[in-house]
Design a protein around this ligand. Structure first.
Ligand SMILES: [Zn+2]
Length: 283
């Protein structure tokens, strides 16, 4: 039948400034739809596709997509695409999610509201770190996964006083602290209680296993970048990241490009700080 034009139909999709695409289809999708307006006035269509027998927290799917886009747009640079979507799919071996430009699949069937918001935000956040800033994921995985994790932690801290690494182990006493103190306590705990042996800037394939890849690329990078924030202040680092975004959006930046953009905004030589990417053991 597929050779018979009368039995098929052709759908064409056009996207600008993307380096990848994905498509998901299911007759049973429940479709949540909303719009959000960004600071410039730009309107973005937000979609969440989920299943009748899936995780019930997906009823808030578009809320999480929108909230992620607002936070990342404010921190780094405005979301440039017309659409953002998240899709619920069944659990698999690498459960969590997988990012594509403008659309992400989420494989976290057991997530509570906090975890679902966190994983959707992480995957939507990849529109910035992987999509718009198309760094080399194999050679320098920290540039997308690690920087994205730093912002995911910031999101979880600001919105929930939560953290997806520490989860329910965070004492109430810590949750009652102001958000900056909350972040400092958690990063200090990560730095002092979780051994992180391998250096950050290692090609993805050279890590011992996927656990080490995850720990170093995601968590150790977030700790490293948080140290920059602590040293120079959130405002300067935010301005540096906004400059990096504006200079390198829809291009393929390398570590030296990030370093140069940050140095220009912060007004300091960051050679010693970037050498931390090669450091074994905790930072
Ligand atoms: Zn990721």
């Amino acid at each position: 039948q597929y050779n018979n034009p009368a039995a098929t139909k052709t759908l064409s999709y056009v996207a600008e400034n993307v380096h990848d695409f994905a498509l998901f289809a299911d007759k049973n999708f429940i479709i949540e739809y909303d719009t959000l307006q960004l600071a410039s006035g730009k309107i973005v269509d937000a979609f969440a596709y989920h299943h009748p027998d899936g995780n019930k927290h997906w009823e808030k799917g578009t809320e999480y997509v929108e909230s992620a886009i607002r936070h990342y747009s404010n921190w780094i640079g405005e979301y440039p695409y017309p659409v953002a979507a998240a899709v619920e799919v069944p659990k698999n071996d690498m459960s969590g999610g997988m990012e594509y430009p403008m659309i992400t699949l989420i494989t976290s069937p057991d997530a509570d509201e906090f975890m679902l918001d966190g994983v959707i935000t992480h995957e939507v956040g990849h529109n910035w770190f992987y999509g718009i800033l198309g760094s080399n994921e194999r050679q320098h995985a920290w540039m997308d996964e690690g920087l994205n994790t730093y912002y995911q932690f910031r999101y979880e801290a600001e919105k929930y006083k939560g953290n997806s690494v520490f989860g329910p182990s965070i004492p109430n006493e810590v949750k009652q602290r102001p958000v900056n103190e909350f972040q400092a306590i958690l990063y200090n705990a990560a730095q002092t209680q979780i051994p992180m042996e391998a250096p950050i800037d290692v090609p993805a394939a050279d890590f011992k296993n996927k656990e080490e890849y995850g720990l170093i690329t995601y968590l150790k990078t977030a700790v490293w970048f948080y140290q920059l924030e602590q040293q120079f202040g959130k405002d300067k680092v935010d301005k540096g990241m906004q400059a990096y975004y504006n200079q390198w959006k829809f291009k393929h930046p390398y570590p030296e490009d990030l370093k140069a953009a940050l140095e220009k905004s912060i007004g300091q030589d960051l050679t010693a700080f970037f050498e931390g990417l090669k450091k074994k053991g905790n930072l």
